[in-house]
Ligand binder design. Structure first.
Ligand code: ADP
Length: 240
């Protein structure tokens, strides 16, 4: 890595954007979370498990996990149509298939669990940031999971492998590699690639994204611990 290499936002090649996750932010959802990652700002609300309607669509042996990834019209530099785009439909499916591998759906036959993802502000790598926040919201809703799910991206920009691709880098870059993992089970639940990487570059980008995901996993745990502490304080105060 050359010394004079600088990224568009001044980050080091292996540096995440500033991040913050908060759990339990919505009063009326069963579970919720917010992630800020750079200028990305994503809110997730989880409902369920609840009886699935219409009943004839319910699965007898497990719950249905429904995911909706939605970008607010004001989330991008140019107004985005509020109508669900093909990209949003595809990302909803991709996110569901990542989360589905962790959620123990067999525990809730004939029920459904809904995950609503609202991208309030987008700045690249929103699919992986959405997965990271959704996993915290599912945990807050008390949905049993085999492990948390945490996502991160890496890619190639100006010939260098870099972590956590921002919007500018996504546009200018040669490759984008979003991944999501179950950190304790050491299982990859999402792996996509846009662009081209050599075998060696792929290995480097994958290792980098993995390290980024593990850093964000610590933040997921911190957010959930914070919420538990907050609830204990409220409980203590109401018992006084
Ligand atoms: P991801 O957000 O997972 O990286 P993409 O690679 O499709 O998914 O999008 C990269 C970025 O491009 C988004 O995070 C967002 O900042 C921007 N973007 C996506 N869709 C639009 C849109 N319709 N209008 C303007 N910008 C968009």
């Amino acid at each position: 890595m050359s010394e004079d290499f600088t990224r568009v936002d001044g980050r080091k090649p292996d540096q995440l954007r500033p991040y913050r996750i908060r759990a339990g932010i919505l009063r009326n959802a069963d579970g919720s979370a917010e992630i800020k990652l750079g200028k990305n700002w994503i809110v997730v609300g989880v409902y369920g498990p609840k009886e699935h309607f219409p009943k004839f669509e319910a699965l007898q042996d497990r719950a249905i996990l429904f995911c909706r990834y939605h970008m607010a019209p004001y989330s991008t530099t140019e107004r985005k149509s509020p109508k669900p785009s093909r990209r949003e439909i595809e990302l909803s499916k991709v996110i569901r298939s990542a989360l589905e591998q962790a959620v123990i759906l067999e525990r809730f036959p004939e029920m459904s669990i809904d995950v609503y993802i609202e991208v309030l502000q987008a700045e690249g790598s929103t699919r992986v940031a959405s997965i990271t926040a959704a996993s915290v919201a599912l945990a807050e809703a008390g949905i049993p999971m085999k492990d948390m799910v945490v996502g991160c991206s890496a890619g190639k920009v100006n010939g260098k492998i870099v972590l956590d691709i921002g919007e500018e880098e996504d546009k200018e870059g040669e490759a984008d590699l979003p991944i999501a993992i179950m950190p304790n089970l050491k299982k990859v639940v999402l792996l996509q690639m846009d662009g081209k990487l050599t075998h060696e570059e792929f290995k480097e980008a994958f290792e980098m994204a993995l390290k980024g995901a593990l850093e964000l996993y610590e933040e997921q745990k911190r957010a959930l611990k914070d919420l538990i502490e907050k609830m204990k304080t409220i409980e203590g105060e109401s018992n006084e």
